[in-house]
Design a protein around this ligand. Structure first.
Ligand code: N01
Length: 862
């Protein structure tokens, strides 16, 4: 495909808000010809349209500012901590004027169709008025919250009074003095406007469908401390924002809400309430957006504040949000919102109890009341993130329409591009941090990435770029992986598309963080535009692949471990390695509460063996799982696997007996399997005494422990018992061959390294012994008649291939085997209970498999 025809412009962008303005400036600077098409008659985007009373930013003004122009930084002074809409609009007008941007913006022009011309490698754009343009690259800089959603209320066109939408407020303003006013909707727009409308109106009735969490803004002059921080070193401050979690430089909190006392929690929440920072809400503790119990503590704190503010307790209760976790619908920042309900002329109507049946000529009818109004204000929100994009009929390769492609939810690579639509970019598109971040920081990042990309193409004789299917599917998976470990998907929010009837329910933005996201975008570039197909006259290049394959929480653990700059375990003495692993284990969350934990001893082949018994809190007797801990036959003990054993006990409603077999190098092979076999025999013989059900015995193990569990099954088969109903093998060591592909692919960087595995084997077994099936169970000449097995392998584990090989070999020998391949997990992550949340579904499946071994159906809540 070659570009023969010269288009009207290198780039056409839709929208003259924060994104379009900077894009235009940036592209000009890079030498591209660019045109912005804007439906309004001036610049401003969202700040042009949303002129309702009380409209302000809710990220502090100095953060909600461009950083690309150092001069602008000092010449523009914000008058308030949270700037009003008129001031932000003046700011954007100033930027447009200063950089002479208006000359390349065509106003009052709504784009209707954009069509890719594959033969000419360019986009044809048509406006509503029928005007046509062509361009090489087409960019939607149309904003995430710019396509108003229809109110979806019966009879909206019948009302004879005044009608206003917060999303397109009259420029001349509205005087509500002496009027009876209705406001429908209590999201950010409603919550910001209600106090000011109440100041004017003779009577105000607020129709609330879902109560929202809001905290006071404590607006005022710019805080001097914050200003000093910025002015101390502007470049440093802005760079810190670029590499922060949400686009504002705030130190992340590493502590969970339940890790501190109730008094300390209250103190932190009071501080958060006093600070008036939207990002401070979820930032009060590290786990508020992932842990329901922690989150509920903050929900209740806010409800108490509402009860303390609103005098009428019935109204206060209606204003108390329920049914969604704080932060999972976008929370609000307000000025006197709850106080407004103490005014005698303000009334709240709960639409859950009294739904609107119709808008009438005179007002609003609910299921049991008729209201008359002079004006109705709709603050009913937007078709967020995708609405404005698919509002244009965008047609890509092979006549593919974007609306069709995204019918089941948007698919993008990095939230920047989408397969089938070459040379088409979205700024802050779905799948990027966008609405979960300080928009200005995310906008600047996208503009700069796109500018750099176009420069790269032009300087390399390339003119077409499009992501690959692999890269896009991988990114979508990553976006979902990030969302799935949070509470976000549980809420009916616009983040989930749930506010628009018929819109697919998918999590739209990227919740992995601005910093992580920027890292991914940079990495894509540094790896020769990984996941993009680039073409030019007579040439093309493509380094296909997926930029983020590790589960996001596993990646955080790896980052943390990296930051400790530890010496490799295999460089330590055995004693030091043991001391280190004990110290690491002490830092973890404890795991779930269960009925009882007992430490005792049982007779081993050459002396007593310690065991730890975990009993569920349900009435017994229970089946028993004999468990063998991991640690390469050298490290570990009951403590090392304690959280995982608790979890296994809770998930499987079974007694777990964790056996502390003898360790190498003091006791080399075959001490461990001999101990394991003896212990399992003893447990089978003493099941009743342990509170177990005789005959209901399974074995389980992780890593070297799974090796012992597998070997015990073979020994029990060959030794005539005891009967074992199932084997759960998590990342098992099954063979001494360290040359399999997974040893090469995952040799380093995922905690268990190939070198460390070599170290374990060297301590455990002499070369001649390693091929013994009691060390390498995969080498057994007969794998038939073994208990049913669940084999779990982790994608980024040197042991992955030998686990799969064992599962296949058993299956080929007629054993009933299920294999779970844990995507994005490493050797140590599935046992990291309470840390690696993405492992929870696999842990649940392990519990369910044990129940199945015991012939018990998994409880429905599992
Ligand atoms: O819209 P929303 P918004 N009958 O969707 C209700 C940004 N923003 O314009 O929750 C009755 O949040 C709906 O009820 P429910 C910010 O990101 C920023 O307020 O669907 N009620 C909800 O209460 C924000 O999140 C600022 O049950 C109906 C409300 O209308 C986003 O824009 C300021 C209804 C809509 O709330 C959107 O905010 C303003 C119906 N048929 C906005 N349909 C800043 O401060 C909808 N509702 C920067």
């Amino acid at each position: 495909m070659t570009a023969q025809i010269k288009p009207d412009f290198d780039v056409i962008a839709v929208g003259a808000g924060f994104a379009g303005l900077y894009l235009l400036h940036r592209l000009r600077g890079l030498g591209f010809s660019a045109k912005v098409l804007e439906s309004a008659d001036d610049v401003g985007g969202t700040w042009y349209w949303n002129r309702y009373p009380g409209a302000r930013c809710d990220i502090q003004s100095i953060d909600y500012s461009y950083s690309f122009d150092p001069e602008l930084e000092t010449e523009w002074q914000w008058s308030e901590r949270y700037a009003t809409q008129p001031e932000i609009l003046r700011y954007l007008e100033h930027v447009a004027h200063k950089h002479d941007l208006r000359r390349d913006i065509q106003f009052s022009t709504r784009v209707e169709v954009a069509k890719w011309d594959a033969d000419a490698s360019l986009w044809h754009i048509r406006s509503e008025a029928g005007e046509e343009f062509s361009c090489r690259f087409y960019v939607m800089a149309s904003g995430c919250l710019s396509q108003p959603k229809a109110p979806e209320i019966e009879g909206t066109d019948r009302f004879h009074g005044e009608v206003y939408y917060t999303s397109s407020w009259p420029h001349e303003g509205v005087d509500f003095s002496g009027k009876r006013v209705a406001v429908i909707g209590t999201g950010s727009s409603g919550i910001q406007s209600i106090p000011l409308i109440a100041e004017q109106a003779q009577a105000l009735t607020v129709f609330q469908r879902t109560a929202n969490y809001s905290i006071p803004a404590h607006n005022g002059p710019m805080p001097t401390e914050k200003l000093a921080q910025l002015e101390g070193d502007r470049a440093l401050y802005r760079e810190a924002a670029r590499w922060s979690r949400a686009g504002v430089p705030i130190e992340p909190n590493e502590e969970g809400a339940m890790q501190v006392s109730a008094e300390e929690r209250q103190r932190r929440y009071e501080a958060m309430w006093g600070a008036g920072e939207l990002l401070g809400i979820a930032g009060a503790f590290s786990d508020l957006l992932v842990d329901p119990v922690s989150n509920e503590t903050l929900c209740e704190f806010v409800r108490d504040k509402i009860r303390a503010t609103v005098q009428d307790q019935a109204t206060a209760e209606l204003l108390c949000p329920r049914g969604h976790f704080i932060g999972t619908k976008r929370p609000c920042l307000d000025s006197n919102y709850y106080q407004t309900y103490n005014l005698p002329h303000v009334r709240l109507v709960d639409l859950r109890e009294h739904p609107i049946s119709s808008i009438t000529e005179q007002g609003i009818d609910t299921s049991d009341e008729t209201f008359e109004f002079d004006a109705i204000v709709y603050a009913t929100g937007f078709d967020a993130m995708t609405g404005a994009i698919v509002a244009v009929d965008i047609v890509g390769r092979d006549d593919l329409s974007l609306a069709d492609k995204w019918a089941n939810g948007p698919q993008t690579y990095l939230g920047l591009m989408t397969v089938g639509f070459p040379n088409f970019f979205t700024i802050t598109g779905p799948g990027s941090p966008s609405v979960l971040s300080n928009m200005t920081v995310s906008i600047e990042q996208h503009v700069e990435w796109i500018g750099d990309c176009l420069s790269y193409l032009s300087s390399n004789g390339l003119d077409v770029i499009e992501p690959t299917e692999t890269a896009e599917a991988g990114w979508l998976q990553h976006v979902n992986d990030c969302a799935d470990i949070t509470l976000y998907p549980r809420a009916d929010s616009w983040y989930m598309g749930a506010n628009v009837p018929g819109k697919p329910r998918v999590f739209l933005p990227y919740v992995g963080g601005v910093d992580t996201y920027r890292g991914a975008c940079d990495e894509v570039v540094s790896r020769d535009y990984l996941g993009f197909r680039l073409q030019g006259p007579g040439k093309q290049q493509c380094n296909d692949g997926v930029v983020r394959r590790i589960q996001p929480d596993v990646a955080l653990v790896l980052e943390f471990i990296d930051s400790l700059a530890l010496p490799p375990m295999e460089s330590l003495s055995v004693d030091d390695a043991r001391a280190f692993s004990i110290a690491m284990a002490a830092e973890r969350p404890a795991g779930p509460e269960i009925g009882e934990i007992i430490d005792k001893v049982l007779p081993g082949p050459v002396g007593e063996l310690c065991y730890r018994l975990y009993r569920p809190d349900t009435p017994g007797p229970h089946p028993i799982v004999a468990y063998f801990h991991g640690g390469g036959w050298v490290l570990g003990g009951a403590d090392s696997d304690d959280p995982f054993c608790r979890d296994l006990c809770a998930q499987s409603d079974s007694i777990v007996v964790s056996i502390n077999y003898r360790h190498a190098p003091e006791d080399k092979f075959p001490a461990a399997p001999n101990d394991g076999f003896a212990a399992v025999q003893w447990i089978a013989d003493n099941a009743g005494m342990l509170g177990g059900i005789p005959g209901q015995l399974a074995v389980a193990g992780w890593s070297a422990g799974a090796n012992i569990a597998a070997v015990v099954c073979q020994m029990a088969r060959d030794g005539g018992g005891p009967g074992i109903v199932g084997q759960l093998l998590l990342n098992p060591v099954t063979d001494c061959d360290l040359t399999r592909q997974s040893y090469i692919d995952n040799a380093d960087g995922f905690v268990l390294t190939t070198a460390l595995m070599q170290w374990f084997w060297d301590h455990y077994a002499d070369s001649a012994d390693r091929v013994d099936p009691r060390a390498s169970p995969l080498r057994a000449s007969d794998l038939s008649n073994l208990p049913p097995a669940l084999v779990v392998t982790s994608e980024f584990d040197p042991l992955c291939d030998e686990g799969i090989a064992y599962a296949e070999a058993m299956s080929n020998a007629g054993v009933s085997v299920r294999h779970i391949s844990a995507r994005g997990q490493i050797h140590t992550s599935l046992t990291a209970v309470g840390v690696v949340l993405s492992g929870a579904p696999v842990r649940k499946e392990m519990g369910a498999a044990l129940l199945e071994f015991f012939g018990t159906a998994p409880p429905s809540e599992l």
